[in-house]
Each structure stands twice: as structure tokens, then as C-alpha cells.
Design a protein around this ligand. Structure first.
Ligand code: G6P
Ligand code: MG
Length: 217
């Protein structure tokens, strides 16, 4: 049966988690509290609006809608400053080999990201044309762990959920894929991503043999 691959963006294809962290940290510090990289784990895969709510929880801050709207704008402005400087070099190790291998085999591929900045980032790193469909934060209502971003991708690719393989670095994303019986491949720390069907530290550990196994399963 025909398989389709869906890739998360932040932390899977590009290493933008650090940029999100820096921008949220600026906001936290401006509001008078600390924000650590360990706490940033909870922010992976989570929408921008929900991320702000978590940050305010961490700082025990209450805020009006107007304040929140302003902070979302300033956080994103700082983040955009970082992504403007991105180049091909910011594609994570091993990713291009995997994408090119699948492309050569004509495997349908989609992007499934919570980010509203997904398209400019893909353009900056030269991967905009790699995917048959891009589903991002501008297209979905519900954030991961809701599977909407992946089910929409599967429907665009016209492939059954169970024949979709999802690459994710976040717990929320792995849970989203699992909840609709897609195959989940976790990229990152095994202790964080233990719910995934397969786990790799990064894409350099993914062999063409493993990809063939997924394609021919
Ligand atoms: C990804 C990241 C999250 C981020 C979200 C929204 O899922 O992992 O950390 O909050 O996208 O990104 P955006 O670029 O729209 O602020
Ligand atoms: Mg991610």
C-alpha cells in the first residue's frame, strides 16, 4: 500500500527551538522572571497562543487580552529577526539525505507544523518545493496533541492514516500521530519521546534500509 511521509518543521527539519526559546526568554525577563531551557521542552509543538499561556503560568502572571496580544507580537518580531538570518546551513544534520532519498522514490511528502512562520522558514532554507503539501499553523484550528495538522496532510496526500509516517521532535506531536494510528518516528531524546514507535537521536541515524522498511511495510 502507498505510504506518505509527514514532517514536523521546528526541531525536525530546522533547529528553530533555540530561537523560540530566546524570544520567549526575552519576554519572560522583561516581565521579571526566569525561563530555562528545561522549561522550554513544554513549548515544543505547542501553538504560539498556548505557549504564551504556559509562559505566564510559569511566571505566575495574570494579563489582559490587550497585553497578551502585544506580547505575542513582540515575541514573534524577535523570532522573525532570528529566522531572517537562516540559510541552508540551518537544516539539521542528515535531513537533506532523507528528504532527497524519499523524493527520488516519488514518495508523497507533506509538512505538518504548528508554526505560522513555516512557509518563510522553508523558503529561507531552500526547502519550499520539497513538499507536495504544506499544512501549518495558518491552516488548522486545533493544536497538537490534536492530530488535525497530520490528518489534514493525509487527506491532501490522499493516503490512509495508517499508511502515514510522521517525524516529530515533540511529545505533543508524537501523541497526535499515535492518536490516529499513524506511524510515529521520534527525533530526539528517547527518555522524552518514549511513546513513539521508533526513536532516533537525529536524522544521521536513519538509514535508507529503515526508510525502505517503512515504505514496503
Ligand atoms: C512549532 C514550535 C513551537 C511554536 C509553534 C508556533 O510547533 O515547536 O515551539 O510555538 O510552532 O510557531 P509560530 O512560528 O507560529 O510562533
Ligand atoms: Mg517540532
Amino acid at each position: 500500500q502507498k505510504k506518505g511521509f509527514i514532517f514536523d518543521l521546528d526541531g525536525v527539519i530546522v533547529d528553530t527551538a533555540g530561537f523560540h526559546y530566546l524570544a520567549w526568554k526575552t519576554l519572560a525577563n522583561d516581565l521579571g522572571f526566569e525561563f530555562t531551557e528545561e522549561q522550554n521542552e513544554r513549548f515544543k509543538g505547542v501553538s504560539r497562543v498556548r505557549s504564551l499561556e504556559i509562559l505566564l503560568e510559569i511566571g505566575k502572571r495574570k494579563a489582559t487580552q490587550e497585553e497578551k496580544d502585544g506580547w505575542l507580537i513582540s515575541k514573534n518580531a524577535e523570532y522573525l529577526g532570528y529566522i531572517e538570518k537562516m540559510t541552508k546551513e540551518d537544516i539539521l544534520p542528515g535531513v537533506l539525505d532523507v528528504l532527497n532519498y524519499l523524493k527520488e522514490k516519488n514518495i508523497p511528502m507533506a509538512l505538518g507544523s504548528a508554526s505560522k512562520n513555516a512557509q518563510p522558514i522553508l523558503k529561507r532554507v531552500g526547502l519550499f518545493d520539497m513538499f507536495d503539501f504544506i499544512v501549518d499553523g495558518n491552516h488548522v484550528e486545533k493544536a497538537k496533541p490534536d492530530p488535525e495538522v497530520f490528518t489534514m496532510g493525509a487527506e491532501e496526500l490522499e493516503i490512509d492514516y495508517k499508511n502515514i509516517i510522521v517525524f516529530e521532535d515533540s511529545i505533543a506531536g508524537v501523541q497526535a500521530a499515535n492518536s490516529v494510528d499513524m506511524v510515529s518516528v521520534g527525533i530526539g531524546d528517547a527518555s522524552v519521546l518514549h511513546e513513539a514507535d521508533y526513536i532516533f537521536k537525529d536524522f544521521t541515524e536513519i538509514s535508507t534500509n529503515f526508510l525502505d522498511q517503512l515504505i514496503n511495510a
